[in-house]
Design a protein around this ligand. Structure first.
Ligand code: 5AD
Ligand code: SF4
Length: 445
């Protein structure tokens, strides 16, 4: 059997695409861990921020000597950078054989055959407006994964002014509910107990398609699948977060109490320039309502610092918002210009050192808040879905709470807890995790 080395950069959507790539290649290729051993090297790329794109280029450059030594290997760039750059990648890296956009990964087998037959590089970046990813369920034999992700829609119609996604992933399109349910049922039969439904903006699921359920209705349909214990989803756009979806947090028992709701900035002036479609006040009102409906809900968010024109006052508004909401965790980024995105033309670019300084202030503030929230778990018993032994401390088990906090915990020797739903008593906190002791099993693996 031939060997494939696959590296994935970027978001969960890309991890999903990578799993599908491996599934499509199985039977002909087995994954390997070293590029030197591979017959096929694929880099699945992300272009959402400049840093991610640069990493891809430095990696692609490093494979040049492998091609020189073994010209028969096939080297390909897939994903968003492939879509964004197309033919230009072949000019920049003449040792590449393949440039494959996100919509085209499903044709990997036939394209590889064509490369082997013609020995000519192939660029496949066509985007069909009606494209829906087919059902491809990876064979999980022997791996006993507990969690899986399922794409429910792709693309984005929002055109936030900083963002490249609508240009490289195309327009929003939802997968038929029967495809989604079939895929999840297959995963559950293989032992999966938790699914995360993926989309750039899951709240607008089914809005453009005739006869599709709403996202809240889809959640209720997924919740009917027997032996599935937990459901999560990401990402939500604050503007489209409906009352119906908020209520699902209280009503759908399998839906975990965690919402990732990217706010990006706390300043109305900047939100307007970002084309986000909501004000700070509207966002805060949704959070208030959500907490009223589901008081235990954990919240996370994305923040961009140093958007063009962001003043010290605008930035202070972001810090105030972080204090006001008290997110469990945040993901924060320095603004970077992206191809096609409108904000690259905006004047008043914020200097790098100012961005760095603002990012570090965000980190300091959030570290304190996260620590305070983590400490509030001490002395409580929480439900944990056990993923397996901890990688760094194999004598401990690891898993997540319903609120998506990582828990490392001890248990009596001889118990195989992988895949079990258990109660853990929290005794302490680490920097990014909770520490505890096993109490009892709710449901066995
Ligand atoms: N610069 C910095 N951060 C960005 N993001 C998206 N585009 C940019 C950009 N040009 C961030 C947003 C988004 C997350 C996935 O990446 O915060 O929510
Ligand atoms: Fe980008 Fe905005 Fe769409 Fe998110 S909602 S993918 S930030 S355009």
């Amino acid at each position: 059997m031939k060997k494939v080395y696959l590296r994935t950069f970027g978001c969960q959507m890309n991890e999903y695409d990578s799993e599908r790539l491996l599934a499509l290649l199985s039977g002909e290729y087995v994954p390997c861990q070293a590029p030197e051993e591979a017959d096929l090297i694929l880099i699945n790329t992300c272009s959402v921020r400049r840093k991610a794109e640069e990493k891809v280029y430095s990696m692609a450059g490093r494979f040049k000597h492998l091609k020189a030594r073994r010209p028969e290997i096939i080297i390909g760039i897939c994903g968003c950078v492939a879509q964004q750059e197309g033919e230009r990648l072949l000019k920049r890296f003449p040792h590449l054989d393949l440039v494959l956009g996100p919509q085209n990964i499903y044709r990997i087998r036939e394209i590889l055959e064509e490369i082997e037959r013609t020995r000519r590089p192939q660029v496949r970046v066509e985007m069909e407006s009606g494209f829906r990813p087919p059902v491809v369920v990876p064979s999980l034999d022997g791996k006993r994964p507990i969690k899986a992700q399922v794409t429910i829609m792709q693309g984005c119609d929002n055109f936030c002014s900083y963002c490249v996604v609508p240009y490289v992933r195309g327009r929003e399109i939802s997968r038929p509910p029967e495809d989604i349910l079939r895929e999840i049922e297959c995963l559950v039969r293989q032992g999966v107990r938790e699914v995360t439904l993926l989309g750039q903006n899951v709240n607008s699921y089914g809005k453009k398609e005739k006869g599709f359920p709403s996202f809240a209705e889809l959640l209720r349909m997924v919740a009917e699948i027997p032996d599935l214990w937990r459901i999560r989803f990401t990402t939500s756009h604050p503007r489209d977060l409906s009352e119906d979806l908020m209520r699902a947090f209280a009503e759908v028992k399998k839906l975990c109490e965690h919402l990732h709701l990217p706010v990006q900035s706390g300043s109305n002036r900047i939100l307007r320039r970002m084309n986000r479609g909501y004000t700070r006040e509207e966002y805060l009102e949704k959070i208030r309502r959500l907490r009223e409906i589901c008081p235990e809900i954990a919240l996370t968010t994305d923040i961009i610092v140093g958007f063009p024109g962001e003043t010290e006052e605008d930035f202070a508004e972001t810090l105030f918002l972080l204090e006001e909401v008290r997110y469990d965790e945040i993901f924060s980024f320095k603004y970077s210009d992206r191809p096609y995105a409108r904000a690259r033309e905006f004047p008043e670019k914020v200097p790098e050192e100012v961005k760095a300084e603002r990012l570090s202030r965000v980190h300091t503030l959030q570290a304190r808040i996260t620590e305070e929230i983590n400490r509030s778990y001490i002395g409580r018993e929480v439900e944990v879905l056990v993923e397996g032994p901890s990688e760094t401390r194999p004598e401990l088990w690891t898993g997540r709470t319903r609120t998506n906090h990582v828990v490392n915990f001890s248990a009596p020797p001889g118990l195989d807890l992988k895949g079990a739903l258990v109660y853990v008593f929290i005794k302490d906190t680490g920097k990014h995790s909770l520490r505890g002791e096993y109490r009892r099993t709710i449901q066995g693996p």
